[in-house]
Design a protein around this ligand. Structure first.
Ligand code: PAF
Length: 282
């Protein structure tokens, strides 16, 4: 497995693979990789001949008071995980390699970004769409892999790929959880022991909501009320949002009569965590 720091290096490798007729998978990440990322890489390895994992903490998707500066980084550990999972190349560029001094072109989107994280983090998806488009241009993959934990991001990328005629299959992969239900996230490392225990309330609350829907409830309001109630029993938790939206246009929807995404963002102390489930009536 190779480490590439430059766009030119990745391009040269991709060109060679293309000449050999190989299929390429891309797993975009911000590093500090965990089992969730590993499951994406392993799936990509199964479905493609070569896999590129990008490790890049993208400054333009963080707001001014967010955690860009403190976002955890450990390239050595990331390299080990990628190697174990069977990746061929890790692309870990510096910020200056991705954004030149007078960088001035952005990819933005209406609609799908109007609710949930797009509402709480106004410039976030503009940054995500811009960097993912760049990675798509650099790696020219056949398929790209994203986790469902960032469900709105997955919907946003699918819309972007469709709208901009990117000939790339966008593959969504299931959420990977800790044994107590907490969705795996690089940001879990910010949590103190007490906060780590408190954070399990998010998955518990979502599971209670999901069970209501599975038992036949179709009205979203009591489901959201119950999720909010359970989260509010945890003193360290502060709700950013708990919403039901259509999957995958991400529009507020009050009835589970179409496939819906029930999503939550919750502050546990100073750490904002997200989690969700998709419910589809049988
Ligand atoms: O999900 C992430 O880690 C990031 O948003 C992504 C897709 C790698 C873009 O920076």
């Amino acid at each position: 497995m190779n480490l590439e720091k430059t766009v030119q290096g990745v391009r040269a490798q991709v060109k060679e693979w293309r000449r050999e007729g190989l299929r390429i998978g891309l797993v975009p990440t911000m590093g500090y990789l965990h089992e969730g990322h590993k499951s994406l890489i392993e799936r990509a390895v199964m479905e493609n001949d070569r896999v590129i994992v990008s490790v890049f903490v993208n400054p333009i998707q963080f707001g001014p008071n967010e955690d860009y500066g403190t976002y955890p980084r450990d390239l050595k550990a990331d390299m080990r995980l990628c190697e174990e999972a069977g990746a061929s190349v890790v692309f870990a560029p510096d910020v200056s390699e991705m954004y030149c001094d007078d960088f001035s072109t952005f990819v933005d989107m209406n609609g799908v970004t109007g609710e949930l994280c797009g509402k709480s983090r106004p410039a976030h998806f503009r940054g995500v769409c811009t960097v993912v488009s760049k990675l798509f241009h650099i790696a020219a993959p056949d398929r790209a892999y994203f986790g469902q934990k960032d469900a709105q991001q997955l919907a946003v990328i699918r819309h972007m790929a469709r709208d901009l005629n990117m000939d790339i299959e966008i593959v969504g992969c299931p959420i990977v959880r800790e044994s107590d239900g907490l969705a795996k996230s690089s940001r879990n490392t910010y949590l103190s022991k007490e906060e780590r225990t408190a954070a399990t309330v998010i998955a518990r609350a979502l599971l209670a909501g999901r069970t209501m829907l599975e038992n036949g409830e179709r009205d979203g309001d009591p489901v959201l009320c119950e999720i909010r109630r359970i989260i509010s029993t945890e003193p360290l938790a502060k709700i950013d949002y708990v919403e039901m939206v259509t999957w995958d246009r991400i529009e507020i929807h009050h009835t589970a009569d179409v496939p819906v995404l029930v999503a939550a963002a919750v502050w546990i102390g100073k750490t904002r965590l997200i989690d969700n489930f998709i419910f589809e009536r049988e």
